[in-house]
Design a protein around this ligand. Sequence first.
Ligand code: SAM
Length: 162
Amino acid sequence: MTRLDSAIRRLTAQRDVLDWASREIAPSGLVLELGLGNGRTYDHLRTRLAGREIFAFERCLAAHPDCIPPDGRLIFGDIFETLPIFIEKHGEHSAALVHADIGSGDEELNRALARDLSPLIERVLQPGGLLIADRAFDLPSCRDISAQTGVLKNRYFVHRRE
Ligand code: SAM
């Protein structure tokens, strides 16, 4: 498999899971995009979930100009600083959907990010809320339901809070 094949496979799985989650999401609750990047998945979510409150977190703004969230919906800074403040403001268990795509090419760093982010995800997800991510997280209050999405194993991950 070439690197192009691998990128297409990853992006296809990502889009399929975003679409699946857009159908499965609870009718109320916030949507959090962790890692705005160039805004591709934010654009997809805001299109699929028109009318929902979507907040995007990013520490280094480089999104396509069309994909910058409106005033008050871009939470700028390091997630480990901004997400606890966001939870204080919006309340614990206020999110119906969290999409975490903050990984890089450094696998060791990615594992550390997922480990350190897990307690914050547990605090922000509402009962029945979904975490979708490019890797599995260790979330004692959630169940890994990735197999329900129809996406091939280990391509993209979904956890539902009990
Ligand atoms: N989902 C995006 C898209 O489709 O365009 C791509 C996101 S990109 C893979 C990961 C992003 O997460 C980067 O833009 C990076 O700056 C951001 N990021 C990584 N760690 C972060 C942190 N601790 N706080 C805030 N943003 C972070």
